[in-house]
Design a protein around this ligand. Structure first.
Ligand code: NAD
Length: 487
């Protein structure tokens, strides 16, 4: 598929180009995807999309009107009748073709992510790749949808359990993974026979539109996926519309708690995957070289804008002496626009986000922590207006400090200390967040103790993996996917 042809379907006015100067009146507009067509919104309300490395306006996204949102959900409802009756093997074929199209266009998708979200091209390819893995998983639907039987439950009676689609499902996505998170949502929902209404983040909608075009090219019938854009009104619409049976949300606690409550009140199933503060416990017997590399990558990769970023390190015993080396490695990371060769850390999504991150760093200083590496005044040549914050390390942090209690969502590692493993476990368990955690050790017994006693959704031996904290089941939200990787 020619990539320019793909883009021209989605945007009409000006060819899409990285780093281009645009003005609001002449920038391309993001389409809605309704009933198999990429359509221009009739709305009078538009939001600017900025390149985070330059703060130039690169596109505009509509706040879809009520009529457009109704048209999108009606399209999903109509398509449900035939799609849910389509054989599983036919649905599987669509996703087999889809995964190939995504593979063929990884670089194109990554470029679109970098220009809107800011992450490095390597991180952006990783974003697509993680989503692709979900699409590949969706292709195993033939075994995933198996039911269960229990013969002779009473005399002359057997029970059969079928897995059946619910109807119209909806997804509300955040800005930090423009490919992976939409791909967590609609492929699994659709391959099971549901139809899907997606609201991508209004800050990074282009990747979702490219993914929708590829899905159409893979043979998904009109109406099986619809895309609307907007902010609160679109979210309220999804929470309230009676045809929508289930909502998947990924994003901040503030929005997630609201959507969980509003959607549940309306009788919908809601999964709300929200904010995080992930701890890495570093034992003195860990492989130092490996541990420091892992810490730097997990704390500062994607500029720390990952729900699975390792934003908090607890150094146990003699591992406390490793701090100077950790700082040296973090200093060596190159801060630059995501599309520049050699960039390790890209910009944050917005000036507001940068301001928030900087003020949380300052709060640590004000509360008595020690700023070992300060990325607030980083200058990036040629990108002076970008939202850059360099790697930052705050040591001597205590559990009552704001930089510890709040999610920072930037390239900031807060460091606490503990005398023993038990002290470290107790610290982690007292923190209200529980997305993921890691322990760095070469001792199998230590790793086992940690995985058994720590109260967090996913535990890793030395590196973090994707996981979600589900509202109401914050802790141990995914015990079945607990991964233990002993060194
Ligand atoms: P966000 O909550 O601001 O936005 C997410 C979505 O909710 C967007 O589509 C947005 O339009 C909508 N929204 C925002 N504010 C709203 C409000 N007040 N009411 C209703 N809807 C609202 O999140 P973000 O800044 O885009 O993403 C970053 C957050 O997402 C971080 O907190 C991060 O930890 C979290 N996150 C969690 C996971 C996970 O799996 N647990 C994964 C990725 C990101």
């Amino acid at each position: 598929m020619a990539s320019t042809a793909l883009r021209s379907v989605l945007r009409t006015k000006v060819p899409f180009k990285i780093g281009r100067m645009c003005y609001s009146s002449s920038v391309p507009t993001t389409k809605l995807f309704i009933d198999g067509k990429f359509v221009e919104s009739k709305t009078s309300e538009w939001l600017d999309i900025h390149n985070p490395a330059t703060n130039e306006v690169i596109a505009r996204v509509p706040k879809a009107t009520q009529e457009e949102m109704l048209a999108a959900v009606d399209s999903c409802s109509r398509a449900f009748h035939s799609w849910s009756e389509t054989s599983i093997l036919a649905r599987q074929q669509v996703f087999l073709r889809y995964q190939q199209l995504i593979k063929d266009n990884i670089k194109e998708l990554a470029k679109a992510i970098t220009v809107e979200q800011g992450k490095t091209l390597a991180d952006a390819e990783g974003d697509v790749f993680r989503g692709l893995q979900v699409v590949e998983h969706a292709c195993s639907i033939t075994s995933l949808m198996l039911g269960e039987t229990l013969p002779s439950i009473t005399k002359d009676m057997d029970t059969y359990t079928y897995r059946l689609p619910l109807g119209v499902c909806a997804g509300i996505a955040p800005f930090n993974f423009p490919a992976m998170i939409p791909l967590w949502m609609f492929p699994m929902g659709m391959v099971c026979g549901n139809t899907y209404l997606l609201k991508p983040s209004e800050r990074v909608p282009t990747c979702a539109m490219l993914l929708a075009k590829m899905l159409q090219d893979a043979g998904a019938p009109d109406g099986t996926l619809n895309i609307i854009h907007g902010q609160h009104a679109a979210v309220n619409f999804i929470c309230d519309h009676p045809a929508i049976k289930a909502i998947s949300f990924v994003g901040s606690n503030q929005a997630g708690e609201y959507i969980y409550e509003r959607g549940s009140k309306n009788g919908k199933r809601v999964q709300s995957n929200m904010g995080a503060k992930n701890h890495g416990v570093v034992m003195p017997d860990a492989n130092k070289e490996n541990t420091l590399n892992q810490l730097v990558g997990a704390a500062f990769g994607a500029a720390g804008q990952r729900c699975m970023a390792l934003s908090t390190a607890i150094l146990v015993g003699e591992a406390r002496g490793w701090l100077p080396e950790l700082v040296e490695r973090a200093k060596a990371l190159r801060v630059n626009a995501g599309d520049q060769p050699g960039a390790d850390v890209g910009p944050l999504i917005s000036p507001q986000s940068k301001e928030r991150v900087c003020s949380l760093i300052q709060s640590g200083v004000d509360e008595g922590a020690k700023l070992l590496l300060d990325g607030r005044n980083v200058k990036v040549k040629g990108y002076e207006r970008g939202n850059f914050v360099g790697p930052t390390i705050i040591a001597n942090v205590t559990p009552d400090m704001k930089c510890y209690t709040e999610e920072i969502f930037g390239p900031v590692l807060v460091v606490l200390e503990a005398e023993t493993l038990d002290d470290a476990i107790s610290l982690v368990n007292r923190n209200p967040y529980g997305n993921g955690t890691a322990i760095f050790t070469t001792n199998g017994a230590t790793a086992r103790k940690y995985t058994h006693e720590v109260d967090v959704g996913q535990v890793s031996g030395y590196s973090l993996q994707m996981c979600s904290s589900v509202l109401g089941e914050r802790r141990h939200s995914h015990p079945s996917v607990m991964s233990i990787q002993h060194l």
